[in-house]
Structures are given as structure tokens and as C-alpha cells.
Design a binder for this molecule. Structure first.
Ligand code: AMP
Length: 129
């Protein structure tokens, strides 16, 4: 069965899309640590980061860098943090998180956003890509 992120990439499940190229896809995290929290995934469905072939791994990092630079321009924050966890969804994804303080890096303090706020944030990041 396809992962939830493959379903997002294929347009079967809605998302707030940020960017896409032939191999990678970025969208807002539905339960963000902070406004602007974005996930970057390879379209190729692989569970664990270190199981990616080297070209896909390097490509994912380059794609995440581009998206991270756009987040940094769009969302006022101290810096954009990058982390990979993967305990919930078995499809590699890079978390790009606008950090205001360490609390945003813990995955314990979540920010509630309205659909309109998600939409506006996605538009703002896309405008900086
Ligand atoms: P983890 O696998 O522990 O790195 O966490 C998975 C992340 O995916 C969490 O931050 C979730 O909020 C996020 N997530 C799960 N389902 C969706 C979805 N349908 N759209 C956007 N983000 C999602």
C-alpha cells in the first residue's frame, strides 16, 4: 500500500504544496511545530533516510536547502532547523522548521493554524521560491 506521503505526491490526499521537481515534493506539515513547518520528501517511496541511494539523499538535501531558504525569507524566525525523524510516517521526509526557540524543535509544542492561515503561509513561502 502507498504511504500517506505518496498519496499526497500523487494528489490523492490534499496538501498545502510548496514546491515540486521531478524527484522531490514539499508541503506544509499538518501539525506544525511552528508556522511554516514544511516537509520535503523524495517521490521514490523509501522508509529510512539512510536507505536512500546516495544520489537521492544528496538531491533531497539540495531540494530541502532551496525550500529552507524560501522559508527563511518568508517566515520571520531565528533560523530554520532541519531534522529527520520518521517514527510516524515510513516515507523519508526532511522537517524544515522555523525556530524561534528550542521549544519549536521538541515536537511537543504544536501551533494550531486555521485553513486560511495554512493557505497564506504556503503562498508566502512559494512566493520566495
Ligand atoms: P515523523 O514520521 O515522526 O517524522 O512525523 C511525521 C510528520 O508528518 C508529523 O510532523 C505529522 O504532523 C506529519 N503529517 C502526517 N500526516 C500528514 C499530512 N497528511 N499532511 C501533512 N503532514 C502530515
Amino acid at each position: 500500500m502507498s504511504s500517506i506521503f505518496t498519496k499526497i505526491v500523487q494528489g490523492e490526499i490534499p496538501c498545502h504544496k510548496i514546491a515540486e521537481d521531478d524527484d522531490f515534493f514539499a508541503f506544509l506539515d499538518i501539525n506544525p511545530n511552528a508556522a511554516g513547518h514544511t516537509l520535503c520528501v523524495p517521490k521514490k517511496e523509501v522508509d529510512k533516510l539512510l536507505d536512500l541511494d546516495e544520489a537521492t539523499y544528496m538531491g533531497l538535501m539540495a531540494f530541502s536547502r532551496k525550500v529552507g531558504l524560501a522559508i527563511e525569507k518568508a517566515i520571520p524566525c531565528n533560523r530554520v532547523g532541519l531534522t529527520v525523524i520518521g517514527l510516524e510516517v515510513p516515507h523519508v521526509h526532511v522537517h524544515l522548521i522555523p525556530l524561534h526557540s528550542m521549544a519549536n524543535a521538541t515536537f511537543q509544542n504544536k501551533e494550531k493554524l486555521s485553513p486560511e492561515e495554512f493557505k497564506a503561509i504556503a503562498q508566502k513561502i512559494r512566493a520566495n521560491m
